[in-house]
Design a protein. Sequence first.
Length: 548
Amino acid sequence: MKHSTFSALTQRPEWQALLTHARSMSPRHLRELFAADPTRGERLCVEAVGLYLDYAKQRIDDETLRLLLELARACQLPESIEAMFRGDRVNRVENRPALHVALRAPAGAHITVDGRDVIPDVHAVLDRMARFTEQVHSGAWTGLTGKPMRNIVNIGIGGSDLGPVMAYEALRHYSHRDLRFFFVSNIDPTDLSETLRELDPAETLFIVCSKTFTTQETLANAHAARAWCLQALGDEAAVARHFVAVSSHPEEVARFGIDPAHMFIFWDWVGGRYSMDSAIGLSTMLAIGAEHFRALLAGLHAMDEHFRHTPLERNLPALMGLLAVWNANFLGVSAVAVLPYEQYLKRFPAYLQQLTMESNGKHVTLGGERVDYDTAPIYWGEPGTNGQHSFYQLIHQGTRLIACDFIGFCQSLNPLGTQHDLLIANLIAQGEALAFGKREEEWRAQGASQALAPHRACEGNRPSSTLLAERLDPFTLGTLVALYEHSVFVQGMIWQIDPFDQWGVELGKALAKRIATEIAQPEPSELSHDSSSNRLIRRYRQYKAIRP
Ligand SMILES: O=P(O)(O)OC[C@H]1O[C@H](O)[C@H](O)[C@@H](O)[C@@H]1O
């Protein structure tokens, strides 16, 4: 598919101007930038919908921002934002809209897809989810033997797992205390087996989440869970009481054997990694209740409104996205560490990995040409302060330039002495250490030996941003998620790629199917892979039969 409307990004005068500017910026240290402007910390920050973003420790000056904004305009970012909100087919490669913003639009808004206003549909599903949640919470929804549900097992993978598990962990503080939540994703049978080990089938509800309802892992786990349930309860009727489905393909759900009456729908215009606020969030709503879920949606919507209506220079997602482009394409940043100083956000980096890397890990433009610039960097992370005692060493003194996103909250949900103060002291200290470092001569002046001083020295000049919010609640989580969603969109629009498809994952899936068939065949059988893969298959077949 070719779109000739996309001119080569790197030939644009705005890109070239940034390249020239980057050359003049590269010798400038953050120490120098801060020394030259005592107000830098007050100026290079922006606050919106309860999120405070400090980007003063990015390796930029006013000219950088001006040039980035020019690039954004030249790439028609404002027009693309409007097109997404309007419901245009911004997922060009798959020729469909990407309308996750419709999932959190208030009742009364109007967004049409193929001439149909989708907002009433969205709210009808939300209302059904709320009624179901109420039934489960009140004990009115019972299992086959009449017992209320105590265990909720979400079965799904990718976007049908990472959003739900992240949101559950993030909002655990608000979670229903009588229910226990489990998330099974992996085809590895250990995942399901270990989860089910201690559960009573009579009190267990499975939510089978899959947009397509054809995903190998999810169907395998769902079939195994059904077998486990039926074996214990001994009646096919148990499926109707113990299984509900979330999907955009009702016919596949029916084929599996779940009554469409027990299915919660979402739509093709919601990408898997953008679906945590659709019916895919049923486990989230069961955990935190409908009211908190609506607060989560309100947070997402508040960030949507900010993104849509705020000029780019004060627009949080736009700034974050443009800074990511600056880092990746002009400073050579190859990885971003996402570092939440908040234990409840322990799955946030994993969630962001899919959002960022599945969206923007692309090497062809919308026009079908190979890009001649880098696209998405590698995202990873761990909650602070744990990461400090593990991989931060590389960020401080390694040879690669890594950018960091620090995330913190001013209030702890579990105050304990001064521990939260110490947590946030560490967050601020890390940003400072990364930016300013400490030179050999400073160490020597403090008495470090000639031999040790170079080992102790930290160059600094490592870029970071810091996000601070008052406290972690459903609304704030919503704003954070939408912030990253839209930042990813901004990057995708600059890079002229499709952030809403994911063809790269298909090749491996197809090969796995073929190899699974071959593994099942008896020896000897013809194998037509490369010599390495052939030998691995044979070795596996030989050894899997031998049990200790
Ligand atoms: O929700 P499903 O249709 O089961 O898809 C689950 C996941 O699998 C796919 O391979 C995609 O890479 C993901 O984007 C998707 O979230």
